[in-house]
Design a protein around this ligand. Sequence first.
Ligand code: CA
Length: 229
Amino acid sequence: MPNICLVEDEPKVAAFISKGLEEQGYDVTLANDAASALRNIQTSTFDLLILDVMLPDMNGIELCQKIRVKNNTVPILMLTALDEVQNKVAGLKAGADDYLVKPFHFTELLARLEALLRRQAAIPPENNSLVFEDLKLDLWSSTVERGGKEIMLTAKEFTLLELFMRHPNKVLSREFIAERVWNIDFDTGTNFIDVYVNYLRNKIEKGFKGKLIHTVIGMGYVLKSVNGK
Ligand code: CA
């Protein structure tokens, strides 16, 4: 059964979640602060992390960043008590895969984490790479190369690139990207899609010959050949 690390300092909430998950057959490791979460992550492999935003020693968003900096691609579900777009966006920018606003029903938590685990498991063991021009994305090892040179991406940048590579030469709208990569409705008041596309561009284009991701003004972005074929 999947192995979950729950990072939550409030004993009542932690007990409610871990008891529920254990009843469903999950293995749950509880960390009641960010420092012990980081220790757990270093010593064990988890299938999923549940991170509370309000932790005693470090903000959950900051913790998420620290985990992603180490190129750890484990699915992360954030719990936030603050129902504000600001926090959701900050969490998603930091590399979380999904978020849930407190208070929530246990069934909703279960549905979200099952979806994340399914997404992770859906990666096929064979025929596992996508190729576009000199860019290669390996779904199994989660690695990206351009011209044979390895490129380090965060989990979200990887998912974003995967989306582009599954739809080459097609203009992807910000709405489509938000829905597919972040599982949320696009809010025209935020620019985080553009921010992320730029992060990705910097990594796959800087130091290489030719642009791959092109802006289509008023429409979105397209992965297109260097020669504009
Ligand atoms: Ca808390």
